[in-house]
Design a protein around this ligand. Sequence first.
Ligand code: MN
Length: 214
Amino acid sequence: MHTEITKPYKNNIMAFEQPKLKYAFNALEPHIDEATMKVHYGKHHAGYTSKLNAAIEGTDLEGKSIEEILTNLDLSNAAVRNNGGGYYNHNLFFEVMSPNGGGKPSGELAKAIDDAFGSFEKFKDEFSNAAKTRFGSGWAWLAVEKGGKVSVCSTPNQDNPLMPEAACGTPILGIDVWEHAYYLKYQNRRPDYVEAFFNVIDWDTVAKKYEAAK
Ligand code: MN
């Protein structure tokens, strides 16, 4: 798998690139189908990436990390908000899925989830409910605050918890509930897609993100 984004900026500042997938487009079948993966990664995510690069080229955002850009975002900058959010959100989304995923977290993350929600099942209910009830396009998140407390939140469009006003910590798990993420396979059955997502969550990766962000 290759990225389409290879254009270097002037002054040796490199453009943002799509991270390579750790798995094949068909590897998450039957939960996430190959056709959806191809268009989602190959078109939508690629599009956010190239439009983000175009939006920051020649501005004082050049050379900054995506986290730095989003944390200090001017919310009125629609091009950076939509495409920077889309770039970051999809990086996370594709990273936290795996053909070997599913099950439950262990260790410190499992304890943080139990502390915050009472049990993994109660967390799953709250996260799923946030995903199912997000009206229109958006995301549901599991996020961690400094100190290790986790919480669930939801954002519209390509916003995310790093952005000003959305603050619920650093996202460590996110589900895309835009129709492009599920419509080819699940049509209007978003709840079925949300349930299937739990079969591909890579909890080892989420736990590493928890350790890094807590
Ligand atoms: Mn998407």
